[in-house]
Design a protein around this ligand. Structure first.
Ligand code: NAD
Ligand code: DAU
Length: 348
């Protein structure tokens, strides 16, 4: 095997697309998907990879130092791509400590395991997958660039910012070879339906209210998840060591406009009367400390590595809606149990 890459959080939304890309594109790499399978982790996302010789799954919590050490030894890990995290802002508002544990302590555990196993940093890479939310909130004009100072505003973004700082500190202090990329909002297949786009698709289909926070004027920059996976592949192979790369969709939307678009497209796909799903829109209490706008300037990754999104928003959202309509059993599985309780408590 040329490389033995530990991908954490591979059973989750973005991780599953990254694992699939690497397993299929690099048959001479060993890919280890390490995930403890929280409510957001679903191995069904990778059922097509079962039986592939270069794919391995390890059910381990990144908080478990002993188990982590064993994985590094067993698989002779050469590189890490770290996606495992608690990822939902609303959950971070109700339970910040869970985010400190997984996102901060978990990342430090992983850094320690890598440093200890590798002994010398040469020939190894620790790649941290981060978010644009660490930069805070933009008012109107302007974009986040790689040198924008960190100014996290939610417990989620504070935990991600903290973990990014640890990655940079390990590069500076111990010479660990690292990379960080900060990406905007992803959408696409396999996203847990607590996030805006899959939640709305699910609720429109089931004639349930569409909760829009505040006035729906907040702006996000949306990127199709498979394009994020391609960017991660490029950064991993061609990124300059200890650098940061911003990844974005060049695709800003106010939340209310996205929700109305989903209503329109689903009315067409479900053969409903035009305008009928919009009646489900329900303005609800705003998210506490709700960031107004995120927008990424992705010029660096474009100029240095030649990356840009391959899919237009129209194409990506069409594929996404079709995937959710065709994968009812997936939705059924992930929305039962833990998530159902959470959903009932917050929106039921
Ligand atoms: P997700 O919530 O869908 O998946 C997270 C995965 O991590 C799950 O499979 C879960 O089981 C696993 N996990 C959680 N805690 C763990 C632990 N203690 N040990 C092992 N595994 C654990 O998240 P996502 O949306 O796919 O995000 C993946 C990464 O990308 C995160 O680090 C997130 O901060 C970052 N990110 C997400 C977005 C986005 O729009 N979703 C954008 C930019 C960056
Ligand atoms: O920007 C990258 C980040 O994008 C990632 O780091 C996070 O992991 C990911 O969850 C996402 O965070 P957001 O908070 O932007 O995503 P979410 O889908 O939760 O919300 C998108 C916008 O829609 C946000 O302004 C809040 C709003 N919203 C969300 C939900 C779930 C609603 O109005 N109603 C809702 O029910």
């Amino acid at each position: 095997m040329k490389k033995s890459i530990l991908i954490t959080g591979g059973a989750g939304f973005i991780g599953s697309h990254v694992v699939r890309l690497f397993v299929n594109k690099y048959p001479d790499y060993r890919i280890i998907n390490l995930d403890c399978l929280t409510y957001a982790g679903n191995l069904e996302n990778l059922s097509d990879l079962e039986g592939k010789g270069n794919y391995h799954f390890s059910k381990v919590d990144i908080l478990d130092e002993v188990a982590l050490k064993k994985v590094f030894n067993d698989y002779q890990v050469t590189d890490v791509i770290h996606l495992a995290a608690e990822s939902h802002v609303d959950r971070s508002i109700t339970d910040p400590l869970a985010f400190v544990k997984t996102n901060v302590l978990g990342t430090v555990n992983l850094l320690n395991a890598a440093r200890e196993y590798w002994q010398v940093p040469e020939g190894h890479l620790f790649y941290q997958i981060s978010t644009d939310e660490v930069y805070g909130s933009l008012d109107d004009g302007g974009y986040f660039v790689e040198s924008t100072p960190y100014d996290p505003k939610s417990p989620y973004s504070a935990s991600k910012a903290s973990s990014d700082h640890f990655v940079r500190a390990y590069a500076n202090t111990y010479g660990l070879r690292t990379l960080i990329s900060n990406c905007s909002n992803n959408y696409g297949p396999n996203q847990f339906p607590e996030k805006l786009i899959p939640l709305c698709i699910h609720n429109i289909k089931n004639n349930k209210p569409l909760p829009v926070y505040g006035k729906g004027e907040n702006v996000r920059d949306w990127l199709f998840v498979e394009d994020h996976a391609v960017a991660i592949d490029l950064v991993f192979h061609k990124g300059q060591i200890n650098q940061t790369y911003n990844i974005g969709g060049f695709n800003e939307w106010q939340n209310i406009a996205i929700v109305k678009l989903l209503c329109k497209l689903l009315d067409q796909k479900l053969g409903r009367k035009p305008g009928s799903s919009e009646e489900l829109i329900t303005f609800v209490k705003d998210r506490a400390g709700h960031d107004l706008r995120y927008a990424i300037d992705a010029e660096k990754i474009n100029k240095e590595l030649g990356w840009k999104p391959s899919v237009t928003f129209e194409q990506g959202i069409d594929k996404t809606i079709d995937w959710y309509l065709e994968n009812e059993a997936w939705l059924e599985n992930v929305t039962s149990g833990d998530y159902q309780k959470y959903y009932q408590k917050h929106y039921g």
